[in-house]
Design a protein around this ligand. Structure first.
Ligand code: GUN
Length: 330
């Protein structure tokens, strides 16, 4: 990836993919399908590092010109170990980008009123440009009530119905796009360009956080989009029609090699911990059987080191965008 081609302007403007016309893209897929081995490993970690550098530079400019320093506040309720790791990574990245990074850790038995009152405070704090409530929340808390209480203009997760509505209507400039699909989209653009006309995209998983917003982004880029889920008939066959396959189901290595069209771009959103025979440690795997996928796909994201780092950096891009809006230099 060319480093000088990296710049920030929300989703779609964060990484400018080298221009590739349609013919080029088709020949790329054809060539990959001919070799059918050694798919390109999409290095999410390297892409995220490049984006992060760009965000840091732009943050420094913002601070120098306006005195506005992007502020990201993360709220975590309870002790879920995986969430603790994610939140730590977000804090570390925010600090590396030059943000004001604050974490509020609330006890497991916090009431809805406790969380809502904290969000109200953050909504009204002008130094806070982005608020994220780490999910999942403990079972007694209403996730929807809590995520919808964040002001849309500080909803850097892109979960507020106003942001979802804007994205669904195709108004990407005005919306915060959910971070995981935003990161996936940049990785797809880097492989096949920005215009996905004539390409079939299949998403496995219909969650509000990944599957549905991913569909909106792919549709906006002119792909022909199918969303599959647990009730889909002949899932392997549908998956096999995909030039772009996004797996976001949370089932370890569910997508097999024979589900993949030769030359396809495969984006693996899953993060699943599995036990390894004879070893004490667990291992992280995606929703795609990576070993089989690399034999047939054109390009595949690994787990770890694929979508995960891009998700975090998209959160930073959204927070910077929010701060820029406040400083009126978007
Ligand atoms: N938990 C897992 N992924 C996410 C995410 O993207 N945002 C929040 N808030 N919580 C999560």
């Amino acid at each position: 990836m060319r480093k000088d081609a990296v710049y920030v302007r929300g989703i779609g403007g964060l990484l400018s993919a080298p221009p590739k016309d349609r013919l080029h893209r088709w020949s790329l897929i054809f060539l990959r399908s001919k070799s059918m081995t050694n798919a390109k490993r999409i290095d999410g970690k390297a892409m995220a590092a490049a984006c992060s550098e760009s965000i840091s530079a732009r943050t420094a400019q913002l601070v120098e010109r306006t005195g506005v320093k992007p502020g990201l506040t993360v709220v975590i309720v309870g002790e879920d170990p995986a969430s603790q790791v994610y939140v730590r990574n977000k804090k570390r990245t925010a600090e590396a980008c030059g943000f004001n990074s604050v974490q509020h850790s609330l006890p497991e038995d916090s009431t809805e009123e406790d969380v809502l009152s904290l969000i109200d405070e953050l909504n009204n704090d002008p130094s806070v440009h982005g608020i994220l409530v780490q999910l999942p929340l403990p079972g007694h808390l209403d996730e929807e009530l809590i995520t919808q209480s964040i002001r849309p203009e500080k909803d850097v997760d892109g979960f507020h119905f106003q942001n979802i509505g804007m994205l669904t209507a195709g108004h990407l400039d005005g919306a915060f796009v959910p971070c995981t699909p935003a990161g996936c989209m940049l990785m797809i653009e880097e492989q096949v360009g920005k215009d996905l006309s004539g390409l079939n995209a299949v998403i496995i998983g219909r969650s509000n956080i990944v599957g549905k917003p991913m569909a909106s982004l792919l549709l906006k880029a002119n792909a022909t989009v199918t969303i599959c889920h647990s009730r889909t008939k002949d899932l392997p066959e549908v998956a096999c029609s995909a030039d772009i396959l996004v797996a976001a189901v949370g089932r370890a290595e569910m997508v097999k090699g024979e589900w993949i069209k030769p030359g396809a771009v495969v984006i693996d959103v899953g993060i699943n911990r599995i036990e390894v025979d004879g070893e004490k440690k667990n291992k992280l795997v995606g929703d795609v059987n990576y070993g089989e996928a690399v034999e047939i796909a054109g390009a595949v994201t690994p787990v770890p080191g694929g979508v995960g780092p891009m998700t975090i950096v998209m959160l930073m891009a959204n927070t910077l965008q929010s701060a820029e809006r406040v400083a009126c230099i978007s």
